[in-house]
Design a protein around this ligand. Structure first.
Ligand SMILES: Nc1ncnc2c1ncn2[C@@H]1O[C@H](COP(=O)(O)OP(=O)(O)OP(=O)(O)O)[C@@H](O)[C@H]1O
Ligand SMILES: [Mg+2]
Length: 268
C-alpha cells in the first residue's frame, strides 16, 4: 500500500477507485456503516444486496449527490471529496439513474448533446444541427447502439433503447473513467436486456471504462461482471471474482441472507 492508501489490488495494481470505511446515516437509519471496496481499470463490479442494503446510497455518494458522514474515497490513489455531481463528473465519474434524465420531446441526437450542444451563432444553426446529428450517428455506431433514426424523439424509443441512449450520453464525456449504473436492466425485455449487456461489455472491454452495476438479477450480472460484491446492512460482506463463486452459490447465499433478515425482522 502506498502512503496515501492508493493501492490495494493484486500485485500492486493501482485501483481506479477505492473507498475506505464510508459511512452515512439518515437520522437513525445507518444506510452505510463502513464500506470498503475497490474497482480496477476496465473492470465491471456487480453490487448485489437485499432491498435497503445501501447500494443506491453508495452510488449517490460516489456520484457526488450525498456527502458521507465518514470515510474516504480515492481515485487513482488520490483522496477526493466531491462537492457536487458536477465535481464528480469533472473527476470522470458518470452515473445513469433509473429516471434517466432524458427529454422525451427531443430527438435522440439532441438528447445526446443536451447541455453540451455545439455552440455556433445565429445562421449556423442548421449546420450545427447537421454536425450534431452526424456526430451522434457516428458515436452510436462506434459503441454498437442500433437506433432506427437519431431524428426520432426519445419518447418513441423502447425502454432498452432509451436506457442505451442514457448510457451513451454518460460515456460521451471525454474524460469518463468510471460509470455507475443503478439497476440498468430493471423492467426490460429480453432484447433490450441483451442490448444493454452488450453495451456494458463493450464499454469495459474496448473503451477500458470501469463500471459498477447494481442489479437484482444475478444471471444477468454473471454475464456482465468480473467480480461481485455483496452489500448487507451497509457493509460489503462478500468480495469474489466470478472464478471464486458460482451463480448457484451466490443465489443460495442471498436466499439465506434474506431468510436471516426476515427472521430478524429486518427485511424490507
Ligand atoms: N434520502 C433518504 N432519506 C432517508 N433514508 C434513506 C434515504 N435514502 C435511503 N434511505 C434509507 O437508507 C437505506 C439504504 O437505502 P438504499 O436506497 O441505499 O438501498 P438499496 O440497497 O439501493 O435498496 P434497493 O435494492 O431497494 O434499491 C434504507 O433503509 C433506506 O430507507
Ligand atoms: Mg437502490
Amino acid at each position: 500500500m502506498t502512503p496515501n492508501g492508493g493501492t490495494n489490488g493484486p500485485a500492486g495494481v493501482e485501483n481506479v477507485l477505492r473507498t475506505e470505511q464510508l459511512s452515512l446515516s439518515f437520522g437513525p437509519v445507518a444506510a452505510l456503516k463502513s464500506v470498503n471496496l475497490h474497482l480496477e481499470r476496465g473492470e465491471v463490479l456487480g453490487l448485489v444486496g437485499n432491498n435497503g442494503a445501501g447500494k443506491s446510497t453508495l452510488v449517490k455518494i460516489l456520484t457526488g449527490l450525498y456527502r458521507p458522514d465518514g470515510g474516504r474515497i480515492y481515485l487513482d490513489g488520490e483522496e477526493v471529496r466531491f462537492r457536487s455531481v458536477q465535481d464528480a463528473r469533472q473527476h470522470g465519474i458518470e452515473t445513469v439513474f433509473q429516471d434517466l434524465a432524458l427529454v422525451d420531446e427531443l430527438s435522440v441526437y439532441h438528447n445526446l448533446f443536451l447541455n453540451r450542444e455545439y455552440t455556433r451563432g445565429g445562421w449556423f444553426r442548421f449546420l450545427r444541427n447537421r454536425t450534431m446529428r452526424a456526430a451522434a450517428s457516428r458515436f452510436l455506431d462506434d459503441i454498437g447502439i442500433d437506433i432506427p433514426s437519431v431524428d426520432a424523439p426519445v419518447a418513441k424509443l423502447s425502454g432498452g433503447q432509451r436506457q442505451a441512449i442514457a448510457v451513451a450520453r454518460a460515456v460521451r464525456q471525454e474524460n469518463i473513467k468510471i460509470l455507475l449504473l443503478d439497476e440498468p436492466l430493471a423492467a426490460m425485455g429480453a432484447k433490450e436486456t441483451s442490448l444493454i449487456i452488450g453495451l456494458i461489455n463493450s464499454l469495459s472491454k474496448k473503451a477500458n471504462i470501469s463500471i459498477i452495476v447494481i442489479d437484482h438479477n444475478y444471471t444477468h450480472l454473471f454475464e456482465i461482471c468480473d467480480r461481485i460484491n455483496v452489500i448487507q446492512h451497509g457493509q460489503v460482506t462478500v468480495n469474489k471474482s466470478l472464478s471464486e463463486i458460482s451463480l448457484e452459490e451466490l443465489i443460495e447465499f442471498m436466499v439465506q441472507s434474506f431468510r436471516r433478515d426476515v427472521a430478524a425482522g429486518d427485511a424490507k
